[in-house]
Write a protein that binds this ligand. Structure first.
Ligand SMILES: Nc1nc2c(ncn2[C@@H]2O[C@H](COP(=O)(O)OP(=O)(O)OP(=O)(O)O)[C@@H](O)[C@H]2O)c(=O)[nH]1
Ligand SMILES: [Mg+2]
Length: 361
């Protein structure tokens, strides 16, 4: 994850909430405001969310070494003088035929709906992975969507270049991918698609290497239109609850079994600021008793790890001490338990488990 600028979530919470319900067209148009809508697409695990966080110098999207971390569109903005770069992170793009783990149609429809608002589509590629026939097919599908939707251009972003040796390999990768893009431009729907430029960047998003060049280039493409998030309105359209949920999800991905994070649903129940700390309560909903056991772990060890990891990030971002209560619940108990009091007979609320009292500040 990237380092984070100090932000005041609490003061921006109300602004971001009301913003989510406000269609752009109702915002006053300031003639001096410029904006560029940039949609980030790419295969699962290509590093899209790391790139988003890096581009906006902040931490809004969960990232992990596991695939399908991002499940919904996430907006993050970077403001420079009168220009706002609006970046839309999307779920990993999976081919229509790929039905593993998650509903590929749902994921594709999220990607397509995000891409429809793009001035620029950034196609992120994990350059450390081999260009298999399967990948090239999926890449072709992404290029078609990009060329059909982007109003200005598509940008090829070769990410994870730090993992590629020798570096001359990158030229070969670029040649193959650009020739596929050019082939699509010259194809059946080529007339409309061919007018768009394609620029290639090679970056290491994890170490913020080369990302500033992407940003500087995008700044030159911005057009006169109102900002999607007004000045002082924060860096994302995610509510404070959703940002906290992203952080807990990231910790859950890090510390639990492969399938669990895909099943689990995190719901922030309350955020109570006190003079010395912020108290946050969140539920983790799962489908079965067995899944709950996995999330909690023996003597609540897994849940303690999840909580410790989440608290560390929350404290870094909020610059405050955080007390986090995690309650693992069955989805079927949701209604009965009244939304997070630990009403179900089998519930484990971490603060009461006695396993990590030392964390309490
Ligand atoms: N070495 C290296 N690792 C990277 C780089 N960018 C991202 N990663 C790692 O790649 C993994 C995936 O990163 P994410 O940003 O979560 O990938 P994503 O494309 O958003 O994945 P989904 O949301 O699942 O589609 C994480 O473990 C990152 O730390 C990079 O430039 N270099
Ligand atoms: Mg992601």
């Amino acid at each position: 994850m990237q380092s984070c600028r100090k932000i005041s979530w609490l003061t921006r919470f109300v602004a971001s909430r009301s913003l989510r319900n406000t269609p752009n067209r109702q915002m006053p148009v300031h003639k001096s405001e410029k904006r560029l809508d940039c949609v980030i697409i790419g295969s699962p695990n290509a590093g899209k969310s790391v790139l988003l966080n890096c581009l906006i110098n902040n931490r809004v999207a969960a990232t992990s070494h596991k695939k399908h971390t991002t499940r919904e569109e996430i907006l993050g903005v970077y403001n420079y003088r009168n220009v706002q770069l609006a970046f839309y992170d999307t779920p990993g793009f999976v081919s229509k035929n790929d039905t593993k783990k998650l509903d590929s149609k749902t994921l594709q429809s999220i990607v397509k709906s995000s891409t429809s608002k793009a001035d620029v589509v950034l196609i992120v590629v994990d350059s450390a992975k081999s260009l298999t026939a399967n990948f090239m097919h999926t890449f072709g599908e992404m290029v078609k969507i990009g060329l059909d939707c982007a109003k200005i251009e598509i940008i090829l972003v070769l990410n994870k270049v730090d993992l590629v040796e020798p570096k001359t390999k990158l030229l070969e990768i670029t040649r193959k991918l650009v020739s596929l893009i050019n082939g699509i431009k010259l194809g059946p729907k080529g007339r409309n698609r061919a007018v768009l430029d394609t620029t290639t960047f090679m970056i290491d998003a994890l170490n913020n290497d080369g990302v500033v060049d992407v940003k500087n280039y995008l700044l030159t493409l911005a057009k006169y239109k109102p900002w999607v998030i007004p000045k002082g309105g924060g860096v994302t359209n995610l509510s404070e609850d959703e940002r906290i949920e992203q952080i807990i999800l990231e910790a859950l991905l890090e510390h639990t079994h492969e399938e669990i994070p895909y099943i689990a649903e995190i719901s922030c129940v309350s955020i109570k600021p006190n003079p010395k700390y912020i108290e946050i309560k969140a539920n983790i909903f799962v489908d079965s008793v067995n899944q709950r056991r996995i999330v909690i772990g023996q003597q609540a060890r897994t849940l303690v790890k999840v909580r410790t990891a989440a608290v560390e990030v929350l404290e870094e971002i909020l610059k405050r001490n955080v007390i986090l209560y995690l309650d693992v619940k069955l989805r079927s108990e949701d209604g009965e338990s009244g939304g997070g009091d630990g009403g179900g007979s089998d519930d484990v609320e971490l603060e009461e488990s006695g396993a990590d009292r030392a964390q309490t500040r």
